[in-house]
Design a protein around this ligand. Structure first.
Ligand SMILES: Nc1ncnc2c1ncn2[C@@H]1O[C@H](COP(=O)(O)OP(=O)(O)O)[C@@H](O)[C@H]1O
Ligand SMILES: [Mg+2]
Length: 254
């Protein structure tokens, strides 16, 4: 048996909404989810962020007797549903997301975990992986979940993902408002590589629909389900929309 196998609670598991891949369940004050595919990297990262006393990620507590990872359960509002309270989409919350990203980027910059890259990127930042709490002035982001895809990378990668996912860049967006919000995020993060931002959003969108498509073709159950729900078509449409409005979005960065 592994040294870090622990049994923490006899509570009944409760299925958590908002995920597609890991079958996350809540057991008492913990979450159990299938082990990260990147092996020890994510566990090392979560331990490092705990060592830094950064409260924006769950703590890794070990593995249960089914081999699932155990994380601390973070109470609050996870924005996984299509319709969200206005505060979640407010300028203040968007800017706070950008500042929260900046915090863990700065903590990982120059660390062994970042290797020869600028920082460690989360690589899946989105409202459904974000915990919001009312800190006295409405719901604000306080933590990110689902660090499975975390890896060494460039700051602009995560900032671009934030712009795509939290602004909702795609056919349902108004380009003037979207441009304003993309700029707001870049400003709140204080992004150095602004000229690369829109190009990187396009790169993510293109990579995402191709990735879901290829994994669904290979028979990965979660990706087959995602494709059946229209995710490939939706992301392709988002990519086309961003490409069509590229110049306007880029102008907003100047
Ligand atoms: N540590 C946690 N604290 C609170 N809720 C969590 C936690 N981990 C996961 N969840 C909930 O479970 C959902 C799915 O978990 P997630 O880690 O995002 O898996 P998936 O890879 O399947 O998206 C999240 O959207 C969130 O609602
Ligand atoms: Mg998730």
């Amino acid at each position: 048996m592994r040294e870090d196998v622990v049994e923490l609670s006899g509570d009944e598991p409760e299925r958590l909404p908002g995920g597609f891949v890991n079958g996350a369940v809540r057991v008492g004050d913990t979450v159990r989810r299938s082990a990260s595919p990147s092996g020890g990297f994510v566990q090392d990262l979560l331990r490092y962020l705990e060592h830094c006393q950064w409260s924006g990620a769950p703590r890794h507590l070990g593995f249960d007797d089914q081999g699932r990872e155990i994380h601390t359960f973070l109470g609050g509002h996870v924005a996984w549903e299509e319709t969200q309270p206005a505060e979640v989409r407010s300028d203040e919350s968007l800017a706070a997301v950008a500042r929260l990203v900046r915090q863990f980027h700065d903590l990982t910059a120059g660390s062994d975990l970042a290797g020869d890259q600028e920082v460690v990127c989360h690589n899946d930042l989105s409202p459904k992986n974000t915990v919001y709490r009312d800190l006295g002035c409405g719901l604000r982001p306080v933590a990110f979940l689902d660090w499975d895809l975390a890896a060494p990378g460039a700051r602009v990668h995560d900032v671009a993902h934030v712009c795509w996912q939290y602004v909702g860049l795609g056919p349902r967006a108004d380009v003037t408002e979207a441009s304003r919000l993309v700029r707001l995020i870049a400003d709140a993060y204080d992004l150095p590589a602004r000229k690369e931002l829109i190009r990187t959003i396009l790169w993510w969108q293109d990579r995402c629909w191709k990735g879901i498509s290829a994994a669904a073709d290979a028979g990965e159950p979660a990706m087959v389900r995602l494709r059946a729900l229209g995710a490939v078509d939706d992301v392709r449409a988002a990519h086309r929309w961003t490409a069509e409005h590229r110049l306007l979005l880029e102008q907003a960065m100047l």
